[in-house]
Unconditional design. Structure first.
Length: 458
């Protein structure tokens, strides 16, 4: 996007805020990349989401976010990000390779589907209080997908609830190897009082080095042995202490653990459902787009069939028929970005509208023009602007003239026609298009710029 004085050459808008947003998006992407390299996956997700808040079409950030999700075993979220990425950039996108890698292996895809189903079933079992069944299901989930961090965390949580803390620690350590800074994993480890091996070794070595030293011993120290009588009260106090400890655990610790467990379980269920909903919405959007294209094809074919039922002069109407057939073929591609609107619009220019006498033919022509002209104009303007920015002025003129021909309300095409003629020192044509912008589009952002350039040429 070419800029001058922080203004867009295409639309004239102030780009100061946009530039800051793009810079921030790239900054957060770089931070996410660094975090992902050291397996701080949770941290990477946070900053990559921040990156996409500033620029939702940041393909690198979105693809990396999908990879991070996939590494954490969250296949649904990963595919959602890659599908959205392909929507923003349908060609030359690494997301194609990622999606194909998942879908091209039926066995792997089936395994991932089974993982999601079993994890969902485990959530239901845990919520219903059937911890044993949930543990069995989660063991299967982690064997199918050893990188599913949330499955390890839920399994650890269930082990904590059933009092199998050692097994819980093992699960959490496996989760921490995948995502080293996951706050949920670290919190669970803290609740279990787990310390790192290095910390325990350091503590042990400290105890070995620091030894109690006695004062100067006496020359003669008489040591006598006297057998003590059993202390009944000490035993009674011990029993009382144990009883109070059990009561404290029952009334304080157990409710806290249960509350924590239920809260975490509910949060995991919410996160999982959000991921499913996001994936469904993405697919629904793509299906809607496909349905709209199919309806266009059906409507256009109906007009063509209606038109075929009448007699006509081949020299006048063949061009219209060929254009309609070409547009149907383009629509059948199924993807909006693959449709060559310019080719259809070019074919339509060969049809002489004033020679069309039959009403079905006039309606077919109007339908085709409405469907393709504006889109073709926008495409040609973008191509023309790129040629202008590359100083290919002859090519820019060819593209911009066609863009303005297909849509005379395209103020940007008119403005850059003036700029292009200006660069070629064709002052008369430059004045012509600057005047068109000034008089026909007085409320546009281009009007003041055209006026200034027109004044400079006077």
């Amino acid at each position: 996007m070419a800029t001058k004085r922080n203004r867009c050459e295409r639309c004239g808008e102030d780009l100061t805020i946009y530039k800051k947003m793009f810079l921030l998006s790239n900054k957060y992407y770089n931070e996410g990349l660094e975090k992902a390299k050291v397996r701080d996956l949770s941290g990477a997700i946070l900053v990559l989401k921040k990156s996409l808040e500033y620029n939702k079409s940041n393909i690198n950030a979105r693809n990396l976010l999908g990879l991070v999700y996939y590494e954490m075993g969250e296949t649904v979220s990963a595919l959602s990000e890659w599908v959205i990425s392909k929507h923003f950039k349908p060609t030359e996108n690494d997301a194609d390779d990622y999606v194909n890698a998942v879908q091209s292996n039926p066995t792997k895809l089936d395994t991932l589907n089974q993982t999601i189903k079993k994890y969902n079933a485990a959530l239901v079992s845990a919520k219903q209080g059937n911890e044993d069944l949930a543990i069995i299901q989660l063991k299967k989930v982690t064997s199918l997908n050893p990188h599913f961090v949330k499955a390890w965390q839920l399994l650890a949580l269930l082990y904590m609830k059933t009092g199998e803390n050692e097994k819980a620690v093992k699960c959490l350590l496996k989760a921490s190897k995948i995502d080293v800074s996951n706050t949920t994993t670290l919190r669970y480890l803290g609740e279990l009082g787990h310390h790192s091996i290095s910390g325990r070794e350091e503590s042990k070595s400290s105890k070995e080095v620091v030894r109690p030293t006695a004062t100067e011993p006496a020359l003669f120290q008489h040591s006598s042995y006297k057998e003590e009588k059993p202390n009944v009260w000490l035993f009674i106090n011990l029993i009382i202490g144990v009883a109070f400890g059990i009561l404290g655990a029952v009334f304080l610790v157990v409710p806290t653990v249960k509350s924590t467990y239920q809260g975490e379980l509910k949060q995991k269920e919410i996160e999982y459902n959000e991921g499913i909903n996001k994936y469904i919405q993405t697919n629904d959007s793509l299906e809607k787009e496909k349905t709209e294209l199919e309806s266009q094809i059906t409507a256009l074919q109906a007009k063509v069939e209606e038109y075929e039922g009448i007699e006509y002069d081949d020299t006048i109407y063949d061009g219209l028929m060929n254009t309609a057939e070409l547009y149907i073929k383009e629509l059948e591609k199924g993807n909006v970005t693959d449709i060559d609107y310019v080719a259809v619009a070019d074919a339509l220019t060969g049809v002489k509208e004033d020679k069309l006498e039959k009403q079905p033919a006039k309606e077919l022509y109007a339908s085709l023009k409405e469907s393709v002209s504006l889109k073709a104009s926008d495409i040609l303007y973008n191509q023309g602007h790129s040629s202008y920015s590359s100083r290919k002025y002859d090519k820019a003129l060819e593209q911009l003239l066609k863009a303005y021909e297909y849509n005379t309300d395209n103020v940007d095409a008119a403005y850059f026609l003036g700029r292009t003629y200006h660069q070629q020192n064709d002052i008369e044509n430059a004045k012509k298009y600057y005047t068109i912008v000034k008089e026909n589009f007085p409320d546009s952002n281009r009007a003041s710029e055209a006026s200034d350039r027109l004044a400079a040429l006077e």
